[in-house]
Structure formats: structure tokens, C-alpha cells
Ligand binder design. Structure first.
Ligand SMILES: Nc1ncnc2c1ncn2[C@@H]1O[C@H](COP(=O)(O)OP(=O)(O)OP(=O)(O)O)[C@@H](O)[C@H]1O
Ligand SMILES: [Mg+2]
Length: 289
């Protein structure tokens, strides 16, 4: 299967291209298949305001990368550039390059809607579709794609809910509204919804900030499990969470024009115990931000 972000038209054009030059990556989440995200000189603007400046970062596949830094340094903005949600905001633009397994996500041939399927997102506040049942929330993305036969839907919904560590809690009440669940369950429902369409990458913007400590630990455990199959990028303000859950950490700050920039990135234990930059050391020690 192909990564499927490229339009049908250009796929047909590419069919004429020898395989070695066809840089479409495989879609299935099997152990040895890609998922490498690379950001090169990424800049993000709201009108003329530069919210993110010159961020270059290689995100490891099937691992968790935490984005940390003070409020307003552009973490959410950067996350939204990765799945092309930033450009849905009027006046918002992106420069630089973002690739997934070598495919330029901003290539003219690449369809933004498909990018958002391959790169799923989970938000700060759990946002199940309010009029839909638990079942329908998970099935929604697949229904939009229209490719999953009715006979297979139950199986996909179940496996997505199992993967999101929610199945046992909801299997008897799949027809109840998604909004009838607790906050932590709703967040796991949103994770189930995101993984139902078989993404490659999961972006999470402070996914635990609205949850109590028990629900938070459950989501963190789930994130660790999902990292076996997905490339995960998580924004968090919680330093303990970043150190518990992530393999790599990227620390951002703001310049004098309030543009966010990457201070440094590296293995999480290194960033937390022996960062190269004194700014990082001050931040992780809780001295600012
Ligand atoms: N929709 C928008 N329109 C205009 N400016 C925006 C918009 N969203 C964010 N900004 C600005 O872009 C900058 C970065 O915001 P962003 O939300 O990405 O920061 P953040 O690091 O996620 O902060 P927080 O930790 O508080 O969530 C801020 O100066 C913010 O005011
Ligand atoms: Mg944010």
C-alpha cells in the first residue's frame, strides 16, 4: 500500500516513473517501515507575525518526542504545521520543509486532507464528536474514507478501542454518546478515533492537561505502548511527564520578537540532566517559563 497522501492524478503520473524514483512510502505500520519526520528550516506565520523561526529537527520513528518550552514559544503552532492544520487558519503560512519518509508534505502533489489522516492529532481538551456514539466516534474517519466494508467496521472499531486501552470500559455501551464518558476515557476515545484510520504519526498537544493524575498516568502508559508502532510528538508543560514518556526532547524558547526557536534537542535524559545550553538547564530546573 502507498502512503496515500499524493493525489490520484499524480499517482498515475508516478506509475510511469521507475520504482526506484518513486518516493511514496508504504502505509502499514509494521516494525521496519519508516515514519521519520524531518523538519528543515520551518517558519510559521500568522499574517506578518513570525511565531516559529527556523526550526530544523529530525523526529525519530516509533519513539516519543516531547516539545517543551514556555507558553507562547510556538509549540502548538509548530505541531500544526506538521499535519498541515496551520494553513487552515486565515492568514497563516508556513515556510521551510517538512518530510515524512522523504515525502515533502507541502509538495504541490500532496493532498493536505490525506496528510491529516496519515498524521493524526489529539488535542488538549478531549473533543469527541458530540452527537455521535462511542462506536461512531471511532468509525467516523473510516466512514469518511468510505473504504471499510460494513462487515469489517466492528472489528476495526474494537481493535482501535483495544489499542487505546478503552475497550473493556466501553464494550457494553458502544451506542452511548462519546460525551457520556469521563474526561480520561474521552481522551482515549479520541486516541482510538485517531488510530482507527491507521496513521503513521500521532501529534498530541498537551493531551493530559485537562485530566486528573490517574487518567494522566493511563494516557502516559498508552503513549508508551503506542510508541511501538507510531511516531509520536507530544507537547507538554509537565516536565515529569516529558521525562517519563519521551525518548527525545526538543526545547524551544522565544527571541526578542517573540518568535519561537529551537534551543536544543536530544535524548530526554541528556536534556534533563546535562543539556548543552544554560537556557535549557534553567527551564528544566523550573527557573523560568
Ligand atoms: N490563531 C492565531 N492567530 C494569531 N496568532 C496566534 C494564533 N495562534 C497562536 N498565535 C500566536 O503565536 C505564538 C505561538 O503560539 P502557540 O499557541 O503556538 O504557543 P505555545 O508554545 O503552544 O503556547 P502554550 O504553551 O501557551 O500552549 C503566540 O505569540 C501566539 O499569540
Ligand atoms: Mg500550545
Amino acid at each position: 500500500m502507498m502512503l496515500d497522501m499524493v493525489s490520484e492524478k499524480s499517482k498515475r503520473a508516478k506509475a510511469a516513473v521507475p520504482a526506484a524514483q518513486d518516493h511514496d512510502a508504504p502505509e502499514a505500520n509494521t516494525a521496519d517501515q519508516g515514519g521519520v519526520l524531518a523538519l528543515g528550516g520551518v517558519e510559521a506565520f500568522y499574517g506578518s507575525f513570525r511565531a516559529v523561526n527556523n526550526v530544523s529537527l529530525e523526529v525519530q520513528p516509533r519513539a516519543v518526542t516531547a516539545l517543551i518550552g514556555p507558553s507562547g514559544c510556538g509549540k502548538s503552532t509548530l505541531l500544526r504545521t506538521i499535519n498541515r492544520m496551520h494553513e487552515t487558519i486565515p492568514g497563516a503560512t508556513v515556510k521551510g520543509s517538512i518530510t515524512l519518509d522523504g515525502i515533502d508534505l507541502y509538495d504541490a502533489d500532496v493532498d493536505a486532507v490525506r496528510v491529516r489522516r496519515v498524521i493524526g492529532m489529539v488535542f488538549q481538551k478531549p473533543n469527541p464528536f458530540p452527537t455521535m456514539s462511542i462506536y461512531e466516534n471511532v468509525a467516523a474517519g473510516l466512514r469518511l474514507l468510505g473504504r471499510t466494508p460494513k462487515s469489517e467496521m466492528d472489528g476495526v472499531v474494537e481493535s482501535s478501542l483495544r489499542r487505546a486501552a478503552l475497550w473493556d470500559e466501553v464494550k457494553e455501551k458502544l451506542k452511548q454518546p462519546g460525551t457520556s464518558l469521563s474526561g480520561g476515557q474521552q481522551q482515549r476515545l479520541c486516541i482510538a478515533r485517531a488510530i482507527a484510520v491507521q496513521p503513521r504519526v500521532l501529534l498530541m498537544d498537551e493531551p493530559c492537561s485537562a485530566l486528573d493524575p490517574v487518567a494522566t498516568l493511563k494516557i502516559e502508559e498508552l503513549i508508551r505502548e503506542l510508541a511501538a508502532d507510531y511516531t509520536i510528538v507530544i507537547v507538554t508543560h509537565n516536565m515529569q511527564q516529558a521525562s517519563r514518556v519521551s525518548d527525545s526532547t526538543a526545547f524551544f524558547s522565544m527571541d526578542e520578537n517573540r518568535a519561537g526557536y529551537l534551543v536544543e534537542a536530544g535524548p530526554t535524559p541528556m536534556i534533563f540532566t546535562s543539556p548543552k545550553e544554560s537556557l535549557t538547564e534553567s527551564y528544566v530546573a523550573g527557573r523560568f517559563g
